[in-house]
Structures are given as C-alpha cells and as structure tokens.
Write a protein that binds this ligand. Structure first.
Ligand SMILES: *[C@@H]1O[C@H](CO)[C@@H](O)[C@H](O)[C@H]1NC(C)=O
Ligand SMILES: *[C@@H]1O[C@H](CO)[C@@H](O)[C@H](O)[C@H]1NC(C)=O
Ligand SMILES: *[C@@H]1O[C@H](CO)[C@@H](O)[C@H](O)[C@H]1NC(C)=O
Length: 489
C-alpha cells in the first residue's frame, strides 16, 4: 500500500474544507492533536531488531507514528503478572465475562522476551536490562517528539488471549514485594523513571507525562497512599531539565476495580450471550457509593485518594465512548462524564478538580469495529458505536476486517472520527481535553502503525516494512493527519 500517495489527497482536501468552514475557537481552549501510541508487549521490542527487521519494534513504531503529524507520543510498555490459578486456562477459549473477574492477585511479576518466550520472574539483572532498553527506546522518542506520555501496563500472563482478565480489577499494592522480592515500583516505575531521566537529560523545553499505569484504577483507588509516596520519590529523583508531569489514568467505569454499576437497563450487550454482558462498558446506573463492593477499604483510604487526584498533574480516561448511529461531538464526552460521576459518588469535588488547572487527557481512544466480547466478531453497521472498546484481534484477513467488509461500518468509522476531531479542534466541549492518544493495535489501529494483525512485506529489509494488508483505513488516517497539521502545538 503506497501510504504517502494514499493519504496525500484526502489530507489536502480536508484541510481546505476545514479552512473554508473556519471552525471558530469558542474560548481560550486550544485545539488538540490526535496523537498515536507505541504499544509494546515484549522486552525484545524495546531495543533488539527481530524477525529480519532492520530496527527494533520500538523504533519502527515511533518512526511510523511521526508521519501522522503529531508532536506527542504515548509509550505503553507491558509487564505481566502471574496467577497460578489461571495457568491452565485455554488461551483460545472465548470467555466473554473474564474482564469482570475481581478475584485477582499477583503471585509474581514477570516479563517476556518475545510472544513465544516464557514469562520470567524479575531479577536485578533483568530489571537493569529493561531500564537500559527503555532508555534507547525513549531516547529516540525524545528526539522525534516534543512530549512523551508513558502509561505502563500489567497483563495477566496466562489465560484467554481473546478476552483476558483485566488489569483494572487487580487491586494490588505497588510497593508490596512479590514472592521473588520485587514490587511494581521496582520492576516498572523505577526503571522507567531512571530510563527517562537519562533519555531527557538534554531536552529542556520537552515534557514527560508519567502515568502510574494505564487503565489501572483498582490499584490507585485501593492504595493511594502508596502512590503519594511514589509521586514524592519520583519528583525527588527527577534530574533531567525537561518538565515532568505525574498523572493517573482510568477506564471510564469500574474505577475501584469492582463492579459498581448495575446492568444496562436497555439490555445492550455484545455477542455471545453471557451472564455479565449487560455490564460490559459500565453503561448501567452507577451504584451509590455505600453499595460499592469493597467500600470499607475504599472509604478508609478516600482522603489519600482525594489527595492523589489533587497532586496529579493530569488525569487520563480511556475514551471508548459509546455513540449512536447519528454520532455527534458531544458523544465523545461520555467517558469523561462517566469517570467524573464515579469521582462525584466518592465525594470528590469534580468542579474544583476541573478548575484546578489539571490536564484531562484521553490516554486511549479508538473504535475497534467489533461487536463481540472476544474481539472476533466484526460489526457491519453503526452498532459498532455501541462497543468502541471491542475490535478484531486475529491475524489479518480481509474477511475479518470490519472496515473492508462493510461499507456501512467504514462510513460510521469516518463519522465517529470526524465527531472526535471536531471536539478536539475545539479543545473539548463541556469538559476540556488537553491531550488525546489513539490505541494503535489490531483493528483499533486505523493508522496502521503496529505490526500485529497485519501482513508485512518482509522481503523489504528497511526501517519500514511496507504493509501488504492490514486494518489501516487510509481515509481516516488522512483526516487525522490533516487535523494534526493544524493542531499540533
Ligand atoms: C545523556 O545520557 C546519555 C545516555 O546515558 C549519555 O550518553 C549522554 O552523555 C548524557 N548527556 C548529558 C548531557 O548528560
Ligand atoms: C511528600 O512530600 C511532601 C513534601 O516534602 C510531604 O509533606 C509529604 O508528607 C510526603 N508524602 C508522602 C506520602 O511521603
Ligand atoms: C514486496 O516488496 C518488493 C520490493 O518493493 C516488491 O517487489 C514485491 O512485489 C512486494 N511483495 C508483495 C507481495 O507486495
């Protein structure tokens, strides 16, 4: 696919259209680019060229992403947690309600060198290797971009790959050591901080946004005092001349890592039918605070959580916003509204929070085009707007690609992005938006940045393996690029 020529014309046309329409700026709110994400699952991806590629995956993705016009990038490094109870779970099974399991615990943390490598518990040496490889990956990010957001992930190592147990529900203490003597701070946040300190060491004027995790509310709401300590330790250790901003990110529901909503009263649910389907996405009524599971623990640490929100310089939400067929910019604010409703139920003064100068970001944004809980049912119409967090994760074939199979799905995708870009152009609507990052993997990756679930032309050994077939949607990538050309700051 000739990416450049594909994108050029729609991009120019759109730019002209947007200039003609001359969307007025309504207030002091500034337009915001739609940035990309470099999503990393395995240690080899950070700094080692693999599978015949001339450059490491991190470099490949950073260089691909920069062509889409943004000055900001998100990096999502992944480590894993091991829980013996799920060791024998069939990796190919569709377990649609897996996400709702709140009975999760860390036996130990581990990391994988590659997709088919065992997950090894951390040692001093492997933590140092992770730090050194991240330093290389981050150094290039700092060269290519003005701002870098790091939002690390923990995934369950074993279990269904189609719908996994969910890190949001893991209510772990980030300073507690696992049975190999390692805490989340030691295996993840501290090495990332050290790597960033070096990578930003001569980057005055640039900014690091450092999130304590991506979509990991359970740990934040249940152990906020530990994160206050981590904030302090992180600020104290920051030596680079670049600006450091510390933040916390959330899914748009279930922030305590507990099921705190009732089922969707309209019965909206993805396929296949499952007992908890109407809870997926948290669109049913929010329970009153005193009915939230685990509220005694939450209440005991609530003052610390309020303090953590105060101290955070940015708050992120995974913005997979449910929208109807006639999608409007206002629908893109649904996730922020839901997040703030959960905060308000806890007694957080959300008005004060919004007026405190804090940044609000969409640390994940996308529309996957799926209507199946196990990320294997492509939608064929506007119903894909009901489940933007669901997509297609299988290896690429045109027949599983919602946006190639169904013109209606592709048209809806374009309308959905147009609505989001309109809101970002205005810097938000009812709520401000200060940053927005795409979820660039599998069918959410309309920019075609990630290599998974695409077919690459491996006979071309260069920095950028050209894609032969994949989920990229050139029209939408062009819209985003035109938008970014106007709004990158
Ligand atoms: C920044 O860190 C890199 C990598 O560790 C090192 O090579 C370089 O000398 C450092 N630069 C400054 C200004 O400290
Ligand atoms: C963080 O540092 C501030 C200022 O030094 C101090 O007042 C506060 O008690 C510290 N918080 C924690 C949790 O250590
Ligand atoms: C792969 O790239 C080479 C070199 O550009 C080209 O000749 C070949 O046709 C491509 N193969 C496919 C299947 O696209």
């Amino acid at each position: 696919m000739g990416r450049k020529s594909d994108h050029h014309q729609p991009a120019v046309l759109l730019l002209l259209l947007e200039l003609l329409l001359a969307i007025p700026s309504t207030s002091a709110k500034a337009g915001v680019e739609l940035s990309s994400s470099v999503i990393l699952f395995y240690d080899s991806e950070l700094a080692t060229p693999m599978y015949g590629s001339a450059v490491p995956q991190c470099e490949l993705l950073l260089r691909r992403a920069v062509r889409h016009g943004g000055k900001r990038i998100q990096l999502v490094p992944t480590h894993y947690w091991y829980d013996k109870r799920y060791e024998s779970q069939d990796q190919n099974a569709c377990l649609p309600d897996n996400w709702a399991d709140t009975d999760l615990r860390v036996d130990y943390y581990c990391s994988k060198w590659a997709w088919d490598a065992p997950c090894k518990p951390f040692t001093k040496k492997s933590i140092a290797s992770f730090r050194d490889a991240m330093r290389k990956c981050l150094s290039l990010a700092v060269q290519l971009y003005e701002e870098v957001l790091i939002a690390p992930h923990l995934d369950l190592v074993a279990g269904s790959s189609k719908r996994g147990k969910w890190r949001n529900m893991l209510r772990f203490d980030p300073l507690q050591k696992d049975r190999h003597g390692n805490s989340y701070w030691e295996i993840m946040l501290q090495p990332l901080l050290q790597a960033a300190n070096d990578a930003f060491n001569s980057s005055k004027g640039k900014t690091l946004h450092f999130a304590m995790g991506g979509e990991m509310g359970g740990t934040l709401l249940n152990h906020p005092a530990q994160y206050l300590k981590i904030f302090n330790a992180t600020r104290a250790a920051w030596k680079a001349p670049a600006r450091l901003q510390l933040g916390v990110t959330f899914y748009h529901a279930y922030t305590p890592g507990q099921i705190n909503h009732q089922p969707d009263p309209k019965g909206v649910k993805p396929l296949p039918d499952s007992p908890l389907g109407t809870l997926d996405g948290g669109y049913g009524p929010l329970l009153p605070y005193d009915k939230w599971p685990g509220v005694a623990q939450l209440r005991a640490v609530l003052p610390d959580f309020k303090r953590l929100l105060q101290e955070a310089q940015f708050i992120g939400v995974s913005n997979y916003a449910r929208a109807p067929a006639d999608v409007q910019p206002s629908h893109m604010e649904g996730s922020t509204a839901k997040l703030l409703a959960e905060f308000a139920a806890m007694g957080v003064d959300t008005q004060q929070l919004l007026s405190s100068g804090k940044q609000l970001i969409w640390n994940e944004f996308g529309l996957g085009g799926g209507i199946g809980s196990c990320n294997d049912v492509p939608g064929i119409d506007a119903r894909i707007g009901l489940f933007p967090w669901l997509g297609i994760t299988g290896s690429y074939e045109q027949k599983i690609d919602p946006f190639k199979q169904s013109l209606a799905a592709k048209e809806y995708l374009k309308k959905y992005y147009a609505a989001a870009l309109q809101l970002l152009a205005a810097g938000g609507g009812g709520y401000p938006v200060h940053g927005a990052y795409m979820w660039n993997v599998a069918s959410w990756d309309v920019q075609g940045i990630h290599t998974s679930a695409a077919v690459w032309n491996t006979s071309v050994v260069q920095a950028d393996w050209p894609v032969r077939k994949g989920f990229a949607v050139a029209d939408v990538a062009g819209m985003i690029q035109a938008h970014n050309t106007r709004f990158r700051h």
